[in-house]
Design a protein around this ligand. Structure first.
Ligand code: HEC
Length: 207
């Protein structure tokens, strides 16, 4: 399943076309790709709210684990997240170092650095979850590890006013101070990350 999913890449979003136009310094094309609201949202994403501390790179994720204090769904207990996940990865028979894993070898050995240097530190991993990609995020409600939030606005409000965390939060996670208008601008920007799937047609048909 994971091998199949790696073949489903996000195609170009309006945000990507905006970046291309920006590189070409074509301001008319830039305006065509993102509206004033969306551009204001992009500015908030990078500058004021510093979302790029974690949602960075081509997929808008640092691929790291952070505890950002998301509460469990009502009536459910706290999920220990990466704390349990890290132990499971080490035991998994198809992990990077296993002979069943086809990760490319270099000079006869696999690097598997992420596995070799995996953190088992309780404070770092308790209640931490992997930063998800934000590509096509407007199409993937509900949000967070147990679908705690129904809408993007709910997620944005979490960053503005996070509930008290049970486990120690990531030092990189700081509440932001946005107003209602900025919520909407940020939401508009997130929606500009929608894009079609880019994958060989055969992979999109039932086998
Ligand atoms: C400290 C790192 C960090 C920062 C800073 C951060 N995020 Fe996140 N983000 C995460 C993690 C980790 C999750 C998943 C949390 C979970 O499932 O409990 C997440 C989840 C999300 C989700 C839900 C995605 C999904 O598919 O469920 C959205 C949307 C989001 N972040 C947007 C933002 C925005 C907008 C900002 C800036 C206001 C921001 N993030 C800042 C780490 C971060």
């Amino acid at each position: 399943m994971a091998a199949y999913e790696t073949q489903l890449q996000p195609g170009e979003s309006r945000f990507d076309l905006y970046v291309k136009a920006l590189i070409k310094k074509d301001s008319l094309l830039m305006q065509k790709q993102l509206s004033t609201e969306e551009r204001a949202g992009l500015r908030i994403f990078i500058d004021k709210a510093k979302c790029t501390i974690c949602h960075s790179g081509p997929l808008f994720t640092d691929k790291e684990f952070h505890n950002i204090g998301v509460q469990p769904p009502e009536g459910k207990s706290h999920d220990w997240g990466r704390y349990n996940g890290a132990q499971q990865v080490l035991k998994n028979k198809t992990n990077c170092l296993s002979r069943y894993n086809d990760t490319a070898t270099v000079n006869g050995s696999k690097s598997c650095d992420e596995l070799k240097y995996i953190s088992l530190d309780r404070h770092e991993t308790m209640g931490a979850f992997k930063t998800p990609s934000l590509r096509n995020v407007a199409k993937t409600a509900p949000y967070m590890h147990a679908g705690q939030y129904k809408t993007l606005l709910d997620v944005i409000k979490h960053y503005n006013d996070p509930p008290p965390a049970k486990f120690r939060q990531s030092a990189l996670f700081l509440p932001v101070d946005l107003n209602e208008r900025e919520f909407e601008q940020l939401e508009a920007f997130l929606k500009s990350l929608n894009s079609p799937v880019r994958a060989p047609a055969a992979l999109l048909r039932a086998p």
